[in-house]
Design a protein. Structure first.
Length: 153
């Protein structure tokens, strides 16, 4: 693979969270001197590790080591593949999926405060949320949520 194409592929893998952080740990023969098998591609590495155990009957501990992953990673990948197919091997976004602290009650307080005082700072709003609900919310989180609300029709 040309160096420019490899660099582009690595950039895309990184953006998608699928860049293997330890490609040098992949020692399996498939990933030596073969352009098709890319140790930088974490999804491909996981799939091939699973296939080696399932099809070629390689012991889990040997497969995990040869593919530069841990045994727990093997079992997590196996469960993900069973649950969702190949799409299950794609990395998922970590952390909370939404503003879990910015509940409807919290945002009602923020909106009411903004309506009463349009120039109130988001830092002050965060202080009021903490005083009223005992929840620590970063001022930037409040600003983003207010921005989202403005964009909605």
């Amino acid at each position: 693979m040309a160096e420019a194409a490899k660099t582009t592929k690595r950039r895309v893998l990184r953006q998608r969270g699928a860049l293997n952080p330890r490609p040098g740990a992949v020692t399996h023969v498939l990933f030596r001197d073969r352009e098709f098998f890319d140790p930088d591609d974490l999804v491909q590495v996981k799939y091939e590790m699973l296939r080696q155990v399932q099809v070629d009957r390689l012991p889990v501990s040997h497969a995990a080591q040869a593919f530069g992953l841990s045994r727990p990673s093997f079992y997590q990948a196996q469960a993900a593949l069973r649950r969702a197919g190949l799409a299950g091997l794609l990395p998922r976004k970590r952390g909370p999926r939404s503003g879990h602290k910015l509940t409807a009650d919290v945002m009602a307080l923020v909106s009411a405060a903004r309506a009463a005082e349009p120039v109130v700072s988001v830092r002050e709003l965060a202080r009021r949320v903490r005083a009223r609900f005992g929840v620590s919310v970063h001022p930037r989180s409040i600003a983003r949520q207010l921005s989202r609300q403005k964009k909605r029709p």
